[in-house]
Write a protein that binds this ligand. Structure first.
Ligand code: SAH
Ligand code: SF4
Length: 364
């Protein structure tokens, strides 16, 4: 049985043709799955009975299993999805006045082990399949639906949930295809953001395949500090990362990269860090998104005080940059940045290191 939720439109067209059917049927099926949120072939009423029968015999439409959903006092919603073998992942919806953003996970855990991140602390189990990635959008879209004007409530998607999207390139790429497809979720490239800790070769691949908006988790203005808090920096240091950002901008839907910068008290939040940051990004069109650190059980950092965040922001703003400070949303349901933990059966620290190893080709 093939899971049709795993397929982009071109892949679905190939599948339908393989059943001896006309290509355009794939568009109808795609619409049923992603536009109408249908996973039962028998209810796809405008599809010829003969095709429905073939589909029943050869295919399923299977999103991950929904095990819980939560709603925060501030309207933030979180879905917990089971992905087998005792693992679970989380998806978060953040409503704002002018948009509704869905934050999607790409892996069960993360092998990159950034020291301030809850997902990183949990270790790594496996990559999500395309169906498990797009299945998060499917569930959320089904739950949220459309506004009175008929527009989808989900207007933006950010790959900022659990995991490093560019360490799961192929499956994320297929899911992006479905997010952008008119027969899928019909989002424009500027409304879909991939956030990466900086896997340089994969940034170039993304640029060539699906140049969506790019956010880069910078978090430090020099290699010595970044090596410690974002360990992938040892493989792809800042000079390589900034180069990849500039190459990305040649095709990006926006003319800037967003640099995410988590504010850790006494670690990376001093004025000298802000000034060093200005030197670093010189020549790379960017905006900054400062993220107040969100603590989690076992975390060893403290959130920078408001005053430090304001001063840091002022240095960047006075140099002419646009700087936003991310509001902490949904922390009462553990849905804030860096708090997504799901349920990760870590395949031991050794497995995590091995996954890292295959990325780095050298031991951490
Ligand atoms: N792996 C990707 C995307 C997931 S993390 C990446 O690292 O970019 C999404 C964002 O949340 C990243 O900028 C990440 O650094 C940030 N983040 C992680 N842990 C956090 C925490 N405890 N508090 C605040 N932000 C955190
Ligand atoms: Fe992985 Fe991103 Fe967390 Fe780093 S911040 S451990 S890359 S999910």
């Amino acid at each position: 049985m093939i899971n049709l939720m795993d397929l982009s439109l071109p892949q679905l067209e190939a599948f339908v043709e393989g059943l001896g059917e006309k290509r355009f049927r794939a568009k109808q099926v795609m619409r049923w799955i992603h536009l109408y949120g249908e996973n039962d072939f028998t209810r796809m009423t405008d599809i010829a009975k003969s095709l429905r029968e073939k589909l029943l015999e050869t295919a399923v439409i299977q999103p991950p299993k929904l095990i819980a959903s939560h709603e925060s006092d501030d309207g933030t919603r979180k879905w917990v999805l089971e992905v087998g073998a005792g693992n679970a992942i989380e998806t978060v919806f953040i409503p704002e006045d002018d948009r509704g953003t869905l934050c999607v996970s790409s892996q069960v855990g993360c092998a990159l082990a950034c020291t301030f991140c809850s997902t990183g602390h949990q270790g790594f189990n496996r990559n999500l399949t395309s169906a498990e990635i797009i299945g998060q959008v499917w569930w959320a879209n089904r739950a949220l639906g459309r506004d009175p004007k008929g527009e989808r409530i989900i207007s933006n998607i950010v790959m900022m949930g659990m995991g490093e999207p560019l360490a799961n390139f192929e499956n994320v790429d297929t899911a992006l295809d479905i997010m952008l497809d008119d027969y899928g979720y019909g989002l424009s490239r500027r409304r879909v953001t991939v956030s990466t800790s900086g896997i340089v070769p994969a940034m170039d691949r993304l640029r060539d395949r699906h140049p969506v908006a790019l956010a880069v988790s910078l978090h430090a203005p020099n290699d010595a500090l970044r090596d410690v808090i974002v360990p992938i920096n040892k493989k792809y240091p800042l000079i390589a990362l900034l180069g990849a950002c500039r190459r990305y901008l040649e095709k990006a839907p926006r003319d800037f990269v967003t640099f995410e910068y988590v504010m850790l008290e006494g670690v990376n939040d001093q004025l000298a860090h802000a000034r060093q940051l200005l030197d670093l990004v010189e020549g790379t069109p960017c905006k900054f998104n400062l993220i107040p650190f969100n603590p989690f059980p076992g975390s060893e950092y403290r959130r920078s005080p408001q005053s430090a965040i304001h001063q840091f922001r002022s240095v960047l703003m006075e140099a002419g940059y646009v700087v936003t400070v991310r509001k902490t949303r949904g922390d009462d349901i553990d849905a804030a940045c860096g708090q997504l933990a799901g349920q990760v059966k870590d395949k031991s620290r050794r497995a995590a290191r091995m996954a890292m190893h295959s990325l780095e080709r050298s031991e951490l």
